[in-house]
Write a protein that binds this ligand. Sequence first.
Ligand code: C5P
Length: 320
Amino acid sequence: MITNSTELTIRSHAKVNLTLDILGLRDDGYHSLRSVMQSIGVYDTITLRRSSPGIHLTCSDVRIPINERNLAYKAAEALYEAAGIEPAIDIHLEKKIPSQAGMGGGSSNAASVLRALNLMLGEPLNLSALCEVGANIGSDVPFFLIGGTALVQGRGEDIEALPSISTQWMLIIKPPFGISTPWAYRRLDEIRAQEPEALPKRIQSIECNETVCTSSDRMIECIEAKDWDLIPKLLSNDLEAPSIERYPDIEGIKEALTASSAKGALMCGSGSAVFGIFANEQEAQSAAEKIGNRYGRLFVTRTINRRESWGIDRLEHQGI
Ligand code: C5P
């Protein structure tokens, strides 16, 4: 029984964006998106334990802040507040997901804390209330509460679960430099302002034509048709070009992956990690051996389904 348990350990999985269409800048300074997001096997481990009053956060990675700025801390604080309960919890983060990689590590940790703590407290919040709380913590948090394969729209809060895709094996390479998400979005805006003629037609017409076809729409068609071989060919990320302009190594990593038999390669989210999709686990492993540590840290992993992405094997809840 998870409710009322004194301790709970949960996996907090990373994501990649199979597509990331940035449709435009909104009045609130955020961008409207259309993105097919996908949970993957790389995960952090989070342990929550009932404790003395307060939120006590510890982390295996000394570079990560363990104060109120940490998204896992913010998630615990927001959940206790929404539930009207006084905080009393120890949270330990065992990190494997790299920071500033575009793999959603901080947002995933926040979603996992919301899910786990909500269970430990007897589920005071339903899933849609959890998503609302999550959206105020970070744009990617609602996706991680749903997980699997999903279409993400709006600022990130509008999630539509998609059918599971067939398992795709990946090699992810995280170069030593990180990329700041606000910087990547700002640079994209600058490029678009300087070269309006370079804007894809779909973006010029987005306001007057709601039926425009984005890379995400093509990806969804391919998923619905179960045309799995097409997935690596339809990978697309609007934030990639601005990042490659400043960090040409990202292009180098994509080329190295493709030269090592990746069927497609793309930067993760706002970067700096890059993933390649391979025919099977063996191909991903031999690409890892061939490329070695020339470009950065390597992760051989695979896509996972919604159920696995929730990170608690005993979980019978969440009627999705
Ligand atoms: O919501 P979150 O704090 O994760 O977003 C980090 C940054 O990414 C924002 O400050 C903003 O610069 C950018 N962002 C955006 N539009 C989105 C999501 C994120 O401009 N939909």
